[in-house]
Design a protein around this ligand. Structure first.
Ligand code: HEC
Ligand code: HEC
Ligand code: HEC
Ligand code: HEC
Length: 430
């Protein structure tokens, strides 16, 4: 009798311990952390932009590791919101294979936008084999991914907790592939998953974001990219969060979404991936190797474009103009146009013909860049006034600054803030 009581007690204790262990095991985390970047477009190294070079995969890895340490037991999901792949340049296949390898090794969820789609499904599949690609409303890509937070992992209790759904949305960007209306696509997602709360990531203009938030109050947070738009501090709009991630993978944002006591909590942060962010040495070494291979391909492609027809082009170079147009030359020589080719070197793109078509003078034209006998680097006088052989006395072209004359290079994609009058004031000369 006594023995069986002891045995019963032991069994009861064992059962309780087992239940506790199972409970621990099947209890879901209440929060998930996303680490978001956007528009990396194959920039493996910090983008050599006007301010401070920022971004790059090596910095991203160390920022991601820092977030993982901070998050402790909570999952950390890296997300490239849109346009992570390079769609320009003869080296893009090599760049994109490296992006794909990076996404696979970090478990990044990759969203597509209208520039990625210019590559076509086959190139995308080859770039990132095994990496799930997302864009809602666009076959064959996935549209959304659900995260169940809180509650228990065993049915029938599995229904407890909150469902957060990450939806990948994009609208047609300037010069990009045509996409479906994101409002319509979002409405479909909500119809399919009416009980969920949403986090929207992708490529959306500010007015579209505002319309989405008005139409779909179950969106907790929007973290998207559009041109150079940036929110240096996350913005709140009637309790919904908005983050603009900026261009060329220069910023990393962390968003912690928690389902705590039946309430949703969102904690967003955004940070510039500048020089103060350390670089992961292993990633930096890998990237350096890849860039060498890309540069070799670029150099070969550029050499093939070099014009055999030097004499017929009539380019004489900006240096010649200085003697008679000293003021115009001075204004030009300190303008970004003069540096347009050398600036590309910071990005290791100095030989990429798809960049040099705007960042040098006369690429692809007879006698244009690159010329071993004449420096035509930068956006020189003749990029705007035309080849000047015989001038003077032959008059040169003088078109007023406008969308038509400057817009061949200042396109909505590459110069989203361009306005002819304002920009002319910055390079005004006569
Ligand atoms: C269609 C013309 C065009 C092409 C193609 C182009 N660019 Fe540019 N790029 C521009 C113009 C115009 C600007 C100036 C934008 C402004 O300040 O409004 C610019 C600016 C830049 C800047 C400075 C941006 C900043 O934020 O400070 C970098 C870096 C750059 N381009 C790199 C590249 C690279 C790399 C490529 C090729 C992958 C490329 N560009 C292709 C026209 C072009
Ligand atoms: C052949 C291509 C080309 C043409 C044509 C062109 N630009 Fe540019 N422009 C560029 C590039 C490339 C840059 C970026 C240079 C850099 O920062 O490396 C740039 C930069 C600029 C900048 C500096 C912007 C900034 O934010 O610092 C101004 C201003 C500008 N362009 C004005 C004009 C105006 C006005 C016209 C027309 C009269 C014009 N450009 C025509 C290629 C061009
Ligand atoms: C980015 C394009 C661009 C570049 C580069 C450029 N110019 Fe110009 N330039 C213009 C435009 C546009 C005008 C006309 C402005 C107007 O309509 O008021 C102009 C006007 C002039 C004029 C006055 C013409 C007149 O009759 O009023 C001269 C001279 C001139 N440029 C010389 C030069 C020289 C020399 C260089 C190089 C050192 C140069 N420009 C570089 C776009 C450019
Ligand atoms: C030997 C001196 C000389 C040199 C070198 C020279 N120019 Fe001129 N340029 C002139 C004279 C003179 C005019 C007419 C000025 C006037 O009528 O106000 C002129 C006018 C212009 C104009 C206004 C349109 C026109 O043809 O009347 C532009 C634009 C211009 N030059 C650009 C250039 C550029 C770009 C270069 C270099 C590639 C250059 N010039 C080299 C002397 C020169």
């Amino acid at each position: 009798m006594k023995r069986s009581a002891v045995l019963g007690l032991l069994l009861l204790t064992a059962g309780l311990v087992l239940a506790l262990v199972l409970a621990q095991r099947f209890q879901r985390p209440v929060a998930v952390n996303f680490y978001l970047t956007a528009d990396t477009q194959g920039f493996l190294v910090p983008c050599g932009c006007k301010v401070v070079p920022a971004g790059g995969l090596a910095r991203r890895v160390s920022a991601l590791q820092a977030l993982e340490r901070l998050a402790g037991n909570e999952p950390v999901i890296p997300v490239e919101a849109t346009h992570g792949f390079a769609d320009r340049g003869p080296g893009r296949e090599i760049l994109n294979r490296e992006m794909g390898r990076f996404y696979a090794s970090t478990g990044t969820l990759v969203g597509l936008g209208g520039y990625d789609l210019l590559l076509g499904p086959e190139a995308l599949r080859m770039a990132a084999p095994g990496v799930p690609l997302y864009l809602a409303g666009r076959e064959p890509y996935r549209g959304s991914k659900a995260f169940r937070l809180g509650g228990w992992g065993v049915p029938p209790l599995g229904a407890r907790g909150g469902l957060l759904r990450l939806v990948f949305l994009a609208q047609t960007p300037p010069g990009g592939a045509t996409l479906r209306d994101p409002m319509e696509v979002m409405a479909e997602e909500v119809r399919l998953h009416p009980a969920d709360r949403y986090m929207v990531v992708g490529q959306l203009a500010p007015p579209t974001t505002a319309a989405l938030l008005d139409a779909f109050p179950k969106i907790l947070v929007v973290a998207v990219q559009w041109g150079t738009d940036v929110t240096t501090i996350p913005q709140q709009r009637k309790g919904q969060w908005i983050l603009y991630l900026g261009d060329r993978g220069r910023r990393g944002a962390s968003v912690r979404v928690a389902w705590s006591g039946g309430q949703w909590e969102v904690l967003p942060m955004i940070r510039y991936l500048g020089p103060e962010v350390p670089s992961d040495p292993a990633t930096a070494a890998q990237v350096a190797q890849v860039l060498k291979a890309v540069d070799a391909v670029n150099v070969r492609a550029l050499a093939a474009l070099a014009s055999a027809d030097k004499a017929r082009g009539g380019y004489t170079g900006s240096a010649r103009c200085a003697s008679c147009h000293a003021d115009a030359h001075r204004v030009w020589s300190i303008s970004p146009h003069a540096r347009a080719t050398s600036d590309l070197a910071i990005d290791h793109q100095q030989s990429n013909p798809d960049c040099l078509v705007c960042h040098a003078t006369g690429l692809g034209k007879p006698g244009g860049y690159p010329r071993p006998d004449l420096d035509l680097s930068g956006v020189q006088c003749e990029a705007c006034h035309g080849p000047s052989e015989g001038h003077p006395p032959r008059p040169l072209e003088v078109l007023p600054p406008s969308q038509a004359s400057c817009g061949t290079c200042h396109t909505p994609r590459d110069s989203p803030l361009f306005d002819a009058r304002g920009y002319w004031q910055l390079i005004k000369h006569k």
